[in-house]
Ligand binder design. Structure first.
Ligand code: AMP
Length: 396
């Protein structure tokens, strides 16, 4: 287990504490459409405020290439202030840290909170260049990383800054993510079932391989399944197919067989002639997808088989939807599994990104044991990789 210094191990009273949060929330016309990442940061921020820290928050938002008002963190500062019941002083500055910002930070009193502008307004951020790391460090006595969703990236605000701040720690959200994901994989209560779906085999090949060494059953659905069908010699019509991954799919099936791990693939598939919300559709057996048809969801028999397989589990990790859940006609597979997981007496862990969005959108979010806030980060962690943003924080 990781043994990183946490915010329980440091004295923050009267200190300037720079907290790297993951406030990369979806914004439409300046409105936050999903504030899970804001509420997920609250326990850490409340603890630090109660302990008398002078907080300076930072985060990236979207992928701006320099200063861009559409990627401003201003709406996040406002909404966060409402959640905390205090003013979050937003330091709206194109260079993120300037003399005016420094002055305002110097005036912060214990328990007060300021927020910097989007770290990606600075070109150095993604390149982890010292100039910006030093600017960030210059306004802090202590650095806290609570941005699990960005921990797989070595940027100034996640890694570089730690070189120039004496004291570092992880926040509660980071700790919780590492504990849940780490424990599930290293000490799972069995049976341990992994469900993998989503669009691409190539994105998940490493995690499948790693999980095959740990799980009792592996369920594969979503767009990924068609590359496995091709590996079995089935026609897949116009379904998603990664031809250069067919050999990988064969190797995965062989490894599962060799290890005696049940690998479940969809036995039937909902197909349509076009990728569209209202596309006319029908269900066919997985080895009978006609030319001109694409698979967009798992079929009814598969829903039953997968549900039964999950019902016996005591630990479940789920990453990637079973179909194009964004279209209600093709969300039934994802919905069925979300429902089973919600009712299960087991540890249920949802990888971030689209799986988290699907479970929340379908209304089952609060019935899962843990929903990761990091899509890419949770995948890399499950693959067994060290996350640079975690490595950079000092051990206890
Ligand atoms: P990922 O980010 O790899 O987890 O992929 C999530 C995306 O996969 C979602 O946007 C789904 O709509 C998409 N997806 C799932 N199943 C299919 C499918 N059968 N065909 C095309 N896209 C799919």
């Amino acid at each position: 287990m990781l043994n990183k210094k946490s915010i329980n191990d440091i004295n923050v009273k009267g200190k300037r504490v720079l907290v790297r949060c993951d406030f990369n929330v979806p914004l439409i016309d300046g409105k936050i459409t999903d504030e899970n990442r804001i509420t997920a940061a609250l326990p850490t921020l409340k603890k630090l405020i109660a302990d008398g820290a002078r907080l300076i928050l930072c985060s990236h938002l979207g992928k701006p290439k320099g200063p861009d008002p559409a990627a401003s963190l201003a709406p996040v500062a406002k909404r966060l202030g409402e959640h905390l019941g205090l003013e979050v002083k937003f330091l709206d500055c194109d260079t993120v840290v300037c003399d005016d910002c420094r002055e305002k930070i110097a005036q912060l009193k214990d328990g007060e909170v300021a927020m910097l502008q989007n770290t990606r307004f600075r070109a150095e951020e993604g390149k982890n260049e010292d100039s910006f790391s030093k600017d960030l460090a210059s306004i802090a006595d202590i650095y806290v990383n609570d941005a699990f969703g960005s921990a797989h990236r070595a940027h100034c605000s996640t890694v570089g800054v730690t070189k120039f701040v004496a004291e570092t720690a992880v926040g509660y959200l980071m700790q919780k993510e590492l504990d849940f994901l780490g424990n599930a994989v290293e000490n799972p209560v069995r049976p341990f079932v992994a469900i993998l779906g989503g669009a691409k085999v190539s994105d998940k090949i490493l995690v499948i391989n790693k999980l095959l060494d740990k799980v009792d059953k592996l369920i594969v659905g979503g767009g990924m399944a068609y590359t496995f069908f091709a590996a079995k010699g089935y026609g897949v019509g116009t379904s998603l197919l990664e031809k250069d991954r067919i050999e990988d799919a064969k190797a995965i099936m062989a490894k599962a067989q060799e290890k005696g791990i049940e690998l479940l693939l969809p036995v039937d598939t909902v197909v349509a002639k076009e990728f569209a919300k209202d596309a006319e559709h029908k269900t066919v057996s997985s080895d009978n997808i006609e030319d001109g048809y694409m698979g967009l969801d798992i079929g009814e028999k598969t829903r039953e088989i997968f549900s039964e397989a999950i019902k016996q589990a005591k630990t479940v990790i789920w990453n990637g939807p079973m179909g194009v859940f964004e279209f209600p006609s093709f969300a039934k597979g994802t919905l069925a599994l979300a429902k089973v997981l919600a009712e299960l007496d087991a540890t249920t862990i949802i990888g971030g990104g689209d799986s988290a969005a699907a479970v929340n959108q379908l209304g089952y979010g609060d019935q899962m044991t843990h929903i990761s806030t990091g899509g890419g980060a949770s995948l890399e962690f499950l693959e067994g990789k060290e996350l640079p943003g975690v490595v950079a924080v000092k051990d206890k």
